[in-house]
Design a protein around this ligand. Structure first.
Ligand code: CA
Length: 248
């Protein structure tokens, strides 16, 4: 599982190496080679969890792109990591003024890049509670009782099978992150893997039905997989993330 990261860079070799680094780290990527394309990709569904934005672009510069992202309600919250080849402090200041969350100087190591990305995502709801070892999970009427292997919606047991519970628990433990069908097969089904990834869609649909209105927390991302939403219009955010360990 990982996050969906938009890479905006006109230099092909840099774009390619960013793409490779991020994919190797388990993330998903979308690439743009100019500012206009960056803005177009930012409003596509699903929205990126983070945008890596080069300062020097052939059309709009990175500062313009950042200001425009901040000006539109649907993109105003997207975290932006700005890249530049110049160590000029005024660039840095202008980057933050334009709304960048952080700044990275080229050339950078994969390790440095990942540290910056994770630092930004930790500050945003996407990563705020990832990694916390809390037993139990609650959001907007849905509660997971980890030890009992039960899911409650408005305090009523919805009667999940062990597999459905494991599936829900896995998604909840990684809420805000995209989980591919292949990952679910490997991590949730393990040795009892169904032969086709399609089977997962059937299980997800059944799980959604049992959860009723809370089923809407599980989002289908065409071409990527599934994601437990970290926020929904008018709903309260999760109170606690469950531990990552599924019951044996
Ligand atoms: Ca560039």
């Amino acid at each position: 599982m990982g996050y969906l990261i938009e890479i905006v860079e006109d230099e092909e070799d840099v774009r390619h190496s960013l793409d490779v680094m991020l994919r190797r780290a388990g993330h998903y990527t979308r690439c743009a080679s100019c500012g206009v394309m960056a803005l177009e990709l930012a409003v596509q569904s699903p929205p990126p969890d983070l945008i890596i934005l080069d300062l020097m672009l052939p059309d709009l510069d990175g500062l313009d792109v950042c200001r425009r992202l901040r000006a539109f309600p649907i993109t105003s919250h997207l975290p932006v990591l700005m890249l530049t080849a110049r160590a000029d402090e005024s660039d840095r200041v202008r980057g933050f003024e334009a709304g960048a969350d952080d700044y990275l100087l080229k050339p950078f190591s994969p390790r440095e890049l990942m540290m910056r990305i994770h630092a930004i995502l930790r500050r945003t709801p996407a990563g705020a509670m990832a990694g916390d070892e809390v037993q139990g999970f609650a959001m907007d009427g849905l509660r997971l009782l980890i030890e009992e292997g039960k899911a409650l919606v408005d305090n009523e047991d919805v009667g999940l099978t062990a597999m459905e519970f494991r599936l829900l628990q896995y998604l909840a433990a990684h809420y805000g992150q995209i989980v591919s069908r292949e990952t679910l097969l490997r991590e949730v089904w393990r040795r009892d893997a169904p032969q086709r990834v399609r089977t997962i869609d059937v299980h997800i649909n059944r799980l959604r039905e049992k959860l009723g209105p809370s089923g809407a927390w599980i989002e289908t991302l065409r071409g990527y997989g599934y994601r437990m939403l970290r926020r929904r219009e008018g709903a309260s955010p999760p109170l606690a993330a469950p531990s990552l360990e599924a019951p044996q």
